[in-house]
Write a protein that binds this ligand. Structure first.
Ligand code: SAM
Length: 278
């Protein structure tokens, strides 16, 4: 009998945000693999969990994965926790889960807090379609490049940010997306100094400048997706359509061209018909 790997979400601030099921699992597994044993130790002590812990972080991930998978193969039950929130979401664990799956070991998620989803749920921005992009690059040039690549993104975008880069990132988001774009800055979620401010980038920048939004603590930035029509010239539209129409029916080519260029299918189809006998 192989063992089981539990992926246990822990609170992102408020210690009451742990599920009864998570506590039960943490008390009953053979081992808790923790990103930082000292950090998790405080939570475990609070929960009266006495299960042994083992450090599992980015520096020993490779070597520890082999050891933990071996223990799982021998039938051990292991819980993986990170410092806060859901493991693997900008936290260690991917290699372990992947290796466990490769070895046909059961992987059971114990859901709970995740800063990205917590912020999104209170942002007032569209939740039907969103994209999680983790941390923006630290260096401005790379950050602006990443943002520029997102300029046509219509889905709501979620970023994590640190206190020392939050203002620079907000400024860069404003430069690339325009200051009218709506954003939600979620600071210190579930903690004493929680602040969730949703407004245009212009207002958010002003709030940082006048100190009513503080650059302290942990941040999630939620950015509204692009809602404006992206103008792509007809020649480019026709070129894409022509290439696709070599393999597809004119209608399918129009549908795909519309998706690629963020245009309307009927407009592409009409344009292609008008230019058929050029
Ligand atoms: N695994 C975590 C999760 O499920 O959200 C994320 C870990 S990542 C290393 C840490 C980042 O998550 C922080 O820098 C911040 O951007 C975001 N974060 C974590 N806790 C937060 C909180 N209470 N309020 C706002 N953002 C938070």
């Amino acid at each position: 009998m192989t063992g089981t790997l539990y992926i246990v979400a822990t609170p992102i601030g408020n210690l009451d945000d742990i599920s009864a099921r998570a506590i039960h699992i943490l008390k009953n597994v053979d081992l808790i693999a923790a990103e930082d044993t000292r950090h998790s130790g405080r939570l475990l002590k609070h929960l009266l969990v006495t299960t042994p812990t083992q450090a599992y972080h980015e520096h020993n991930e490779q070597q520890l994965t082999v050891q933990l998978v071996e223990q799982l193969r021998q039938g051990k039950r292991i819980a993986l926790v990170s410092d806060a929130g859901t493991p693997l979401i900008n936290d260690p664990g991917y290699k372990l889960v992947s290796a466990a799956r490769d070895n046909d070991i059961d992987v059971i998620p114990i859901p709970g807090a995740c800063a990205a989803i917590t912020a999104l749920s209170a942002s007032g921005l569209a939740t039907d379609s969103f994209i999680y992009l983790g941390y923006l690059p630290a260096k401005q040039e790379a950050r602006k490049k990443t943002l520029f690549e997102c300029r046509h993104e219509t889905r709501t975008m979620i970023f994590y940010e640190t206190p020392h880069r939050i203002e620079a990132s907000i400024q860069d988001i404003g430069d690339v997306f325009g200051e009218a774009r709506r954003v939600c800055v979620a600071r210190e979620l579930t903690k004493q100094h929680e602040q969730i401010v949703c407004d245009s980038l212009a207002v958010i920048m002003h709030r940082f400048k006048d100190g009513t939004l503080k650059a302290k603590g942990e941040f999630v930035i939620i950015v509204e997706g692009n809602t404006e029509d992206i103008s792509i010239d007809d020649a480019e539209l026709l070129r894409v359509h022509e290439i696709l129409a070599e393999k597809l029916s004119p209608k399918d080519a129009a549908a795909l061209t519309a998706r690629i260029t963020h245009s309307k299918k009927n407009d592409v189809y009409k344009l292609a018909l008008e230019n058929r006998d050029r």
